[in-house]
Design a protein around this ligand. Structure first.
Ligand code: 4NP
Length: 157
């Protein structure tokens, strides 16, 4: 059976989208669904290409037994062809993804959505950027992503 491919996208690809990717992987592993998916993350920006996720986010995730292994990369127009779902962390990411798609004339069929469209417990319409804030921000991002990433998986199951 064809795998479902999911790309999580934020600005730097070192905080929010690597966390969303790792949460999703942990969820599908727990449910025994990992063979059915290809999961990745990317940033709209290029500053952190090749870097591990921010250590503050990796430590906060480890406390929940979630391991973040990804290295940062930048989204490209090829991703519109290769992924079934592209999930933006905030409105600005969403706009930048749509801009890239129209600028490059991509004819890819990826469904582009905001991850918070799948929230059920938290009211936040965007995943807040924790990069310039305190440690609490990383835990809060994980809290809201556990909710919305779970909602996303339910929506496609
Ligand atoms: P992210 O957070 O988009 O969740 O990875 C950020 C990481 C780095 C920067 C901004 C946001 N930065 O400006 O370098």
């Amino acid at each position: 059976m064809k795998k479902i491919s999911v790309l999580f996208v934020c600005l730097g690809n070192i905080c929010r989208s690597p966390a969303a990717e790792a949460i999703f992987i942990s969820l599908i592993e727990k449910k025994g669904l990992n063979d059915g998916f290809i999961v990745d993350s990317a940033g709209t920006g290029s500053w952190h290409i090749g870097k591990k996720a921010d250590s503050r986010m990796r430590i906060a995730a480890e406390r929940r037994d979630i391991e973040i292994l990804s290295r940062a990369r930048q989204i490209t127009s090829k991703d519109f062809e290769e992924f079934n779902y592209i999930l933006a962390m905030d409105d600005s990411n969403y706009r930048n993804i749509q801009d890239l798609k129209s600028r490059t004339g991509s004819t890819g069929f990826a469904s582009i959505k905001k991850i918070q469209d799948f929230r059920s417990v938290f009211n936040d319409q965007e995943v807040p950027d924790p990069y310039f804030g305190g440690d609490d921000g990383f835990d809060y991002v994980l809290d809201i992503l556990e909710d919305s990433v779970n909602g996303f998986l339910e929506s496609i199951s």
